[in-house]
Design a protein around this ligand. Structure first.
Ligand SMILES: Cc1cc2nc3c(=O)[nH]c(=O)nc-3n(C[C@H](O)[C@H](O)[C@H](O)COP(=O)(O)OP(=O)(O)OC[C@H]3O[C@@H](n4cnc5c(N)ncnc54)[C@H](O)[C@@H]3O)c2cc1C
Length: 489
């Protein structure tokens, strides 16, 4: 909850009069009367959190959402589509997710353990690399293991790069803003350059950092400073409580739904915003059906991958525009399957796979807490260039491609998986990828510019977060933007 003191602390004396005026405004909080004070574009966590806070100060918001649901990149599959209703987007809620946890508690939602999706227990995982199936216990002695050092050879390939980010992280512990400070600009280099400097051979870099990349599309287009920032944040999260990540009972989407249900502000669905024009008096927001809506302020929470297709007048200043047009968004492509046969019992191999093929990671999901050993569904979680490739195919053709390739490397799977859902974050025009990532050089040049407000236009969204990341970053950004708008009022 915002308090008057917090707003004053942020914005100085200028905010005092408008706050009084707002509190006295007749009809404030009504769902339909008059033009809103703030038009918010996007009903994801950042937009909903900003609306909650602005509303609590007596301001009227209207949220324009392109799709027909709230939550944006927090999206839980329907049980009727995929048994166990896995998360398609935001999954784990960490110990330091104060805003998420507080909001869930206030709305009476129950927290449960996260349902793992992209990692598998060691006894459930096997590798498939360079055309060969490898069991985890065989990895340290395997001929495809690229490392000389006995200690390095023992590290599972999917974790190897993180040991280096832990060891060489230049960012001061618990200083979560440090990653944006100029003094760390010399670390804003590619993952490849960083690992190569440590003497790691190119082929090894491709394996440990370029396979199933969580961010970016290849080891040359991701800044290692971003990994340092994430490592620093995860370290702080550990110190905060170190609990295993949690999730919302029934699916994370229940959180934005509950936030939306509590709002007084109107959420208008099916409003594909195509342009924002602002001047000294206010803002005009244009939608694809040629409607124009007006307000005193606009808060734009949509990812830059979507914003770069809007018409903005006036154009944002140079480096902000550069960021809007050029920061990266990680392609993520998912195919969800329902197993029709327990093929892992037939071939006696682990249920899940980490591969260097287009298939990416094939993960067995155990989403029924009452039957933890049961596989409720499978997911092929594909990132990076492979996701981009699959995006070019029709959804069914992409799923068939993966199934055929899987049957080639693991014959027991032939006919044992039924496609339940194909989902691309990249192809979704209102997401344009799963999450923002910084290319080499972009953090030092652009990170502090992304959220600089205009006179009437403000920015929020996970890509503008400074301290936290992911869902909590989205909430943080909504809070920061709400405070900025209150100051401007
Ligand atoms: C696969 C995946 C896994 C993830 N895993 C995690 C995780 O484990 N933990 C974690 O913390 N986070 C995770 N995240 C990230 C987290 O889900 C996001 O950071 C967060 O939900 C983003 O919220 P937001 O409000 O910034 O943006 P969004 O949720 O994207 O909200 C923006 C809204 O704007 C709408 N919109 C876009 N364009 C327009 C337009 N032109 N007109 C009108 N409306 C528009 C969109 O439809 C959307 O509803 C994951 C995300 C993905 C995709």
């Amino acid at each position: 909850m915002l308090t008057r003191r917090r707003v004053l602390a942020l914005g100085g004396m200028a905010v005092a009069a408008p706050l009084v005026a707002a509190a006295a405004r007749p009809g404030s909080g009504s769902r339909s009367r008059g033009a809103p004070d703030v038009l918010i574009i996007g009903a994801g966590l950042s937009g909903l959190n900003a609306a909650t806070l602005l509303e609590s100060e007596g301001y009227r918001c209207q949220i324009l959402e392109a799709t027909h649901r709230v939550g944006g990149r927090v999206c839980t599959a329907r049980e009727s589509d995929v048994p166990g209703h896995p998360e398609l987007g935001g999954s784990g809620i960490g110990s330091s997710y104060a805003r998420m946890l507080d909001t869930a508690n206030r709305l009476g939602l129950t927290l449960v353990p996260e349902r793992l999706r992209t990692t598998a227990p060691r006894n459930e995982l096997m590798y498939h690399l360079c055309g060969e199936g490898i069991l985890p216990n065989d990895w340290p002695g395997h001929r495809l293991n690229p490392f000389q050092d006995a200690g390095d050879r023992k590290v599972p390939p999917e974790f190897y790069q993180f040991t280096k980010y832990g060891l060489y992280n230049p960012l001061p512990k618990n200083d979560l803003q440090a990653w944006q400070r100029p003094e760390f600009a010399s670390h804003d280099v590619s993952v490849f350059d960083f690992l190569r400097k440590l003497g790691i051979p190119e082929a090894a870099i491709a394996l440990v950092a370029g396979t199933n990349m969580s961010y970016g599309t290849n080891v040359h287009d991701l800044s290692v400073l971003m990994w340092f920032a994430i490592a620093n944040w995860l370290r702080a999260d550990q110190e905060f409580g170190g609990n295993a990540p949690r999730a919302i009972e029934g699916g994370n989407q229940r959180l934005p739904e509950a936030m939306a249900a509590r709002l007084q502000s109107e959420i208008v669905f099916g409003q594909h915003v195509t342009g924002i024009r602002s001047n000294a008096d206010g803002v005009e927001v244009h939608t694809i059906d040629h409607q124009v809506r007006r307000a005193r302020f606009c808060l734009c929470t949509i990812p830059f991958s979507a914003l770069r297709h809007l018409r903005l007048e006036p154009l944002p200043p140079g480096e902000q525009l550069n960021a809007i047009e050029n920061i990266g968004y990680t392609p993520v492509f998912q195919v969800h399957f329902v197993p029709t046969r327990r093929f892992w019992e037939e071939d006696k191999l682990p249920k899940s796979m980490w591969t260097d093929r287009k298939l990416g990671r094939l993960m067995a999901l155990h989403n029924d807490p009452g039957r933890p050993d049961e596989v409720t569904s499978y997911i092929a979680f594909v990132n990076g260039m492979a996701a981009k490739y699959l995006d070019r195919l029709e959804p069914q053709a992409a799923a068939d491609y993966l199934l055929e390739d899987l049957a080639y490397i693991r014959p027991s799977t032939r006919g044992a998986l039924k496609v339940a859902k194909v989902w691309s974050w990249n192809r979704n025009p209102f997401a344009g990828g799963a999450y923002a990532y910084w290319k080499p050089g972009q953090i030092s040049r652009l990170a502090r510019q992304v959220a600089v407000p205009g006179k009437r236009l403000f920015f929020a969204g996970e890509h503008t977060a400074v301290l936290a990341r992911g869902m909590e970053g989205a909430m943080e950004s909504g809070e920061r933007a709400a405070l900025e708008i209150l100051s401007a009022m």
